[in-house]
Design a protein around this ligand. Structure first.
Ligand code: ATR
Length: 274
C-alpha cells in the first residue's frame, strides 16, 4: 500500500459535478507507478465558490488542479499568466500554483495531437475536416494548425462555424449539408460534437465517400467506441478513439505538479477504460 506522508504533493480535479471524472484514476495510477509521495483528489466546487476556493487551495499547499465543466472559462479569468493554447481557446483545463500566482494552460489540443501520433496518424498528412464549432473544436483546431494542418470546419449552426474559422485563419468553412459528399477531399475527420455520446443521438455521418486510409477521430470516450468509430473500423479506415486524448492531455499537468513525465500505455488505457 502507498502511504501519504506529511509532505505529500497534492493535486486534483475541480468540476461541478466531478464524480464522473476519470482523472483521479489516471493521476493516481501514475503516482503509484512512480512511487511518488502524493495524491490526486476529486474537488467538487460550486460555480459561485470557484473564484474563492481555488486561491485557497493554492494557500493550502496544492501544487495545482485540473479544471473541467463548468469552470474552464472561470479558471482562465483567475490566472496571472496563461499559455498560448489557453489564450486562443479562452479556456483553461490545467492550473499550476506557483510562487508568482496561478498559471493556466489548455492541454486539450496537445492531448488530441499526441493521441493522433500515438496511433501513427500524422496531423498534417492532408486536409482536416472538423465536425462542430464549440470549445473542443477551437482547442483542437488551434493545435492542428500549429502542426501545419489545413483545417475546414463544418457545423449545424453556420454562424458558429464562420466565427470559429475567423478566429483560426486561414481555416475554411464547409456547409453542414455537404459534409458527406465532400468527405473524399480529406485525410482526417474529427467529431467534436456531442453527437454519439451516451444519452445523445448518434452522429449522422455516412462514410461512403471516404478516401482510402482516412483517419477518423472522435473525442467522445463514453462509449469507448462510438458508432462513427465502429463504421470507420468496418470500412478499413483508421479509427482514433477519444479516451487516448484524455490520457495524453493529463501528461503536462502531472509533470508540472509531480516532476515526472508519465507514460501513456495500454495498461493505463485499460485501467481508465474499466
Ligand atoms: P464543447 O465546448 O464541448 O465543444 P458546445 O459548445 O456545446 O460544446 O458544442 C457542441 C457542438 O456539438 C456544437 O458544434 C453543436 O452544434 P451547434 O453549434 O449547431 O449547436 C454540436 N451539436 C450538438 N447537438 C447537435 C445536433 N443535434 N446536430 C448537429 N450538431 C450538434
Amino acid at each position: 500500500m502507498r502511504l501519504i506522508s506529511g509532505s505529500a504533493r497534492l493535486a486534483g480535479v475541480t468540476g461541478w459535478p466531478v464524480a464522473h471524472s476519470r482523472s483521479p484514476r489516471i493521476h493516481n495510477t501514475w503516482l503509484a507507478r512512480h512511487g511518488i509521495d502524493g495524491a490526486y483528489v476529486p474537488l467538487p466546487i460550486r460555480p459561485d465558490d470557484f473564484p474563492s476556493v481555488i486561491p485557497a487551495l493554492a494557500k493550502a499547499g496544492f501544487a495545482g488542479v485540473n479544471v473541467t465543466i463548468p469552470h474552464k472559462e472561470a479558471a482562465f479569468a483567475i490566472c496571472v499568466k496563461v499559455d498560448d493554447f489557453a489564450r486562443r481557446a479562452g479556456a483553461v483545463n490545467t492550473l499550476i500554483f506557483t510562487p508568482h500566482g496561478i498559471e493556466g494552460s489548455n492541454t486539450d489540443g496537445y492531448g488530441f495531437v499526441a493521441n493522433l501520433r500515438h496511433h501513427g496518424v500524422k496531423p498534417a498528412a492532408g486536409p482536416v475536416l472538423i465536425l462542430g464549432a464549440g470549445g473542443a473544436a477551437r482547442g483542437i483546431g488551434a493545435a492542428l494548425q500549429d502542426e501545419g494542418a489545413e483545417i475546414t470546419i463544418t457545423n449545424r449552426t453556420p454562424e458558429r462555424a464562420a466565427a470559429l474559422a475567423a478566429a483560426l485563419p486561414p481555416a475554411k468553412v464547409l456547409p453542414w449539408e455537404q459534409r458527406e459528399d465532400a468527405l473524399g477531399d480529406y485525410a482526417l475527420l474529427i467529431n467534436t460534437t456531442s453527437l454519439g455520446m451516451v444519452h445523445e443521438p448518434p452522429l449522422p455521418m455516412n462514410l461512403d465517400r471516404a478516401a482510402p486510409g482516412l483517419a477518423v477521430a472522435d473525442i467522445i470516450f463514453a462509449p469507448l467506441e462510438t458508432q462513427l468509430l465502429a463504421d470507420a473500423k468496418a470500412r478499413g479506415l483508421k479509427p482514433v478513439e477519444g479516451l487516448g486524448m484524455l490520457l495524453h492531455q493529463a501528461v503536462p499537468g502531472f509533470s508540472a505538479w509531480f516532476g515526472v513525465t508519465p507514460e501513456v500505455d495500454e495498461a493505463l488505457y485499460r485501467i481508465v477504460a474499466a
